[in-house]
Ligand binder design. Structure first.
Ligand SMILES: [Fe+2]
Ligand SMILES: [Fe+2]
Length: 269
């Protein structure tokens, strides 16, 4: 079997529509991820677009779950034991089990919310981050940055399920959130274990994580104010092995991304 499977070889049926996250971000018509896909303010049931925004977001999570399964699966196979310890591969195998369950939950949740598979496009950014040649970069880009973002999304959507009177949404989010905290914690623990004697490798991995975090903070998508659709989940992130300084850094990245977006809009009007 081939090692390092490129994103264009992922198996998808004809329902799925592929798009590039960079095409979306760099398209001048879409300068603000938040406004394009999800609105520019916190999800609230009384807002008319809330239901569509929630369906779009959960379809994105569904495709992310498939890629998280594929990425964790690749890490069990792509490396020899001296590059990725066997115990790490066991953790990744356990993660595959969780992600398969999340895919099933997401398909059923999509049915419940009235969304068809392929109704929204799929960007394979998560899988691309899982193609990094160093397993430590994968742990930072996928487990810590993107599944860290999943913690923020699930926590926000769980609250939205509660406030909109939808217990199906609320409990689906709650169950997936619990697993995601363990995935991010695995990323944090393995990152520290595998780089304890290699500060250069640690810094390179954290830099990759910052790049991914910044991309997903664009336009104020994630943050800590009423203007951010997705709220930074400080409690769950600390349970997942993030230090307060690291959470503060993500909050600052998010605030900076929002200031950049506002400056861009002011400059173009
Ligand atoms: Fe997941
Ligand atoms: Fe996960």
């Amino acid at each position: 079997m081939r090692k390092q499977l490129p994103p264009d070889m992922l198996a998808r049926d004809s329902r799925f529509v592929r798009t590039s996250i960079m095409d979306q971000v760099m398209d001048p018509r879409n300068q603000k991820i938040g406004e394009r896909d999800l609105g520019s303010a916190r999800l609230q049931p009384e807002r008319p677009a809330a239901a569509d925004r929630a369906r779009n977001l959960m379809h994105g999570i569904f495709t992310g779950e498939i890629q998280a399964l594929e990425g964790a699966g690749r890490t069990t196979f792509d490396f020899d034991d001296d590059e990725a310890p066997f115990a790490l591969k066991l953790d990744m195998a356990r993660q595959c089990w969780d992600e398969s369950r999340h895919v099933e939950i997401s398909v059923k949740l999509g049915d419940w919310m009235g969304t068809e598979i392929g109704e929204y496009s799929e960007a394979v950014f998560l899988y691309e981050a899982a193609c990094a040649p160093d397993p430590v970069l994968r742990l930072c880009g996928v487990n810590r940055a993107l599944e860290g973002l999943a913690i923020d999304v699930f926590n926000t959507m769980k609250e939205f399920g509660d406030s909109s009177g939808d217990p199906v949404l609320e409990f689906c989010e709650d169950w997936m959130l619990a697993d995601e905290v363990t995935h991010v914690k695995m990323g944090s623990d393995w990152l520290r274990r595998m780089t304890k004697d290699d500060p250069e490798r640690l810094e390179k991995a954290l830099e990759f994580q910052r790049t991914v975090d910044k991309l997903f903070s664009l336009g104020g998508f994630r943050g800590e104010t009423e203007d951010n659709p997705i709220q930074l989940a400080r409690n769950f992130r600390s349970m997942a092995g993030f230090s307060t300084d690291e959470i503060d850094e993500i909050a600052e990245l998010a605030a900076q991304a929002k200031r950049d977006a506002e400056a861009l809009v002011a400059g173009s009007s």
